[in-house]
Design a binder for this molecule. Sequence first.
Ligand SMILES: C[S@@+](CC[C@H](N)C(=O)[O-])C[C@H]1O[C@@H](n2cnc3c(N)ncnc32)[C@H](O)[C@@H]1O
Length: 365
Amino acid sequence: MAKKKSREIEEETKKGAQNDVSITNGDSESHEKQSKKKKKHREKERERKNDTLSLQNEMPTVSIAVPGSIIDNTQSFELATRLAGQIARAATIFRIDEVVVFDNKSTSEDDSTDVVENDTDEGETGAAFLIRILSYLETPQYLRKGLFPKHNSLRFVGLLPPLDAPHHLRKHEWASYREGITLKNQDQGSIGTLVDVGLSKNVMIDQVIQPGRRVTVAMGTNRNLDAGAPRKIVPSSRPREDGMYWGYKVRYASNISSVFKNCPYKEGYDYRMGTSEHGLVIKSSELNLPSFRHLLIAFGGLAGLEECIEEDNDFKGKNVREAFDLYLNTCPHQGSRTIRTEEAIFISLQYFLEPINRVSSKYEH
Ligand SMILES: C[S@@+](CC[C@H](N)C(=O)[O-])C[C@H]1O[C@@H](n2cnc3c(N)ncnc32)[C@H](O)[C@@H]1O
């Protein structure tokens, strides 16, 4: 849809340029003035259209931020696994693009995923555990063995209901894209790489890539796996741009300010919402979100987001309402004294569904 629109706008711009020539060919002074005015107007119009175009080219995304501490507060490995599974299900059901798992450190430290990789089999932190389970569940089943070495934290993962996301394809299913893992090349002089995409046969791609890498393969229309030109790999965001939900990315942040600072999107999160029983009460049908590119919805742990902000040196002297564009109570008149984070995620994402859809639909027309 966005591509069609950009073509239309290009045509219009070209037409505009042609008109330009015919007007400036006039020889009287008033004609010249008129043409300058029209040119200025067209330039302004072009700028406005370009702005709209760049917005259309970039899909709006929704990220959630969840504290790793909720895992530390569970009573057993099995309960921790089930809790992580619920968050993964919520993220998938509500088509979340990114899950940020944050710690409660006073200063921003190493925010790389090494934090997770360096964790030993035994003493894994809540955040590292949550990231591992979320990433594991998001990965199509046929890729897990190749991408996730055996780890103690994964011992109860088999109990969890699958995410059943659109990229979790079965062996007999055909789709325009498939997630795959690159394999060791059999012959030395090869100009491509074999990829296991979870079909009865591996497919060849037209690039040499080191083994063990997760890639998104454009499958094309040729269903004969023995013949035809090699297939292409595409950015993992491509299926999403084509309108399919293609799973979530997982990221670690050492505290809430790192959630904002280390946003993977160039322009950062342009609308940030915090959730709390102390937040504003607005009916979901009356919540008018501004046009956003990258929306962030944050959830707190046992003591809420207020404590996370208080303990974060980057927010010294600021209160929680200053840290977010909107601080909302998504479940007023609650019957229980506390709503647990995992419950609040489901409740809030359902609450935000309509307001977000109203904004997103503007990008599609
Ligand atoms: C155990 S609660 C923390 C309680 C805390 N007093 C608070 O700020 O809501 C854990 C998290 O669940 C979410 N939550 C709980 N009740 C909520 C409500 N009524 N509306 C929106 N989010 C809520 C918030 O993200 C909160 O940080």
